[in-house]
Design a protein around this ligand. Sequence first.
Ligand code: FE2
Length: 396
Amino acid sequence: MSIERGLEFSILPMPRIHFGPGTLSKLPALVAAYGRRMLLVTGRQTLRRSPVASRILDELRLAGMEVVCLNVDREPSPELIDEAVALGRVTPYDVVVAIGGGSAVDAGKAISAMLLQRELVERFIEGQPGFMPHDGRKVPFIAVPTTSGTGTEATSNAVISRVGPGGYKRSLRHAAFVPNEAIIDPALMTTAPPELTAASGMDAFTQLLEAYLSPLASPYTDAICLSGLERFSRSFELACGSAAGDVAVRADMACAALMSGIALSNAGLGIVHGFASSVGGLFDIPHGTLCATLLAEATRENIRQLRASESGEPGLRKFATASRILTGASTGNIADDCNRLVEHLESLQTLFAFPRLGNYGIKESDFDVIIPATRSKTNPVPLDQAAMRRILAARV
Ligand SMILES: [Fe+2]
């Protein structure tokens, strides 16, 4: 028996996970364990689309909980977090609960992280001038995702955006920010519309593929990514179409998203998420849409660069494995399987008509600002500026 040489990895904390149809009914009991006054952060459509969530809110109030509601209609800005935190400092909350998509859950996570701090949130955002490390003190946080995408219910970071010239999309991060509890109830996801299901599903898929190919991937994250890719492969198109109301299909997608969050926390992400940070700070483009539009070209470029690299073989083998899972077949040849992966990603792009970058006002002349601001430390292979330009130019 041989031991893999150089194998070394650590695993971040996980939330206590409650997964399955109907698990939202556990919320009142979970909340009560933390106290009686709660901040409930919801997405714009959450309570309208999910009558069950509305009913649980009534139950909480009937049980004597004091519930303060905050509605979040976009990716959280520093101002949104600071204003919510200022109100919470007047009368402290015992627990923060977020029910909604990635933006609502990230907002809840950031608010819970800031309620016990005196500074404004920007001081703790990675890469900001005057950055100060956060000490990890926070108010307990419960995440209840209603879309299958970012996997933020399992991650230690919240993405904060200031969109526009000089803007950014960066993380507030600490291992302690992993939610205390994550309730993942696929029944809540059956009412998500097809476009949202497609964009958020492509985010989860991109995260699984990027974490799988990361130089920081471990046997732990590989196992999670492969299982997530299998679930995505069998249920993504069904969730976006004829089986949108099927709880088992939604459970597959919810599980794929959860696994993508666990994997990205532990292995990091690649160039598509590098662009998500740089492009996403400058232009108002939904995160899932950006991933969906760039993934095929980014994969083509990564495969091209791995083929040109002396140490590219393990990465190509992983792309071929992903190809076999996604297409359900193998040619028996790594190079051909890699080509078929790119073809498969392009077919998804065509099938769902993912919008191009130009639809959001992004022009070739913007690349000179975007590319120098793009980082991808955990891409499977280093990409120079010309390679990044090829990816963007193919999708402008
Ligand atoms: Fe993402």
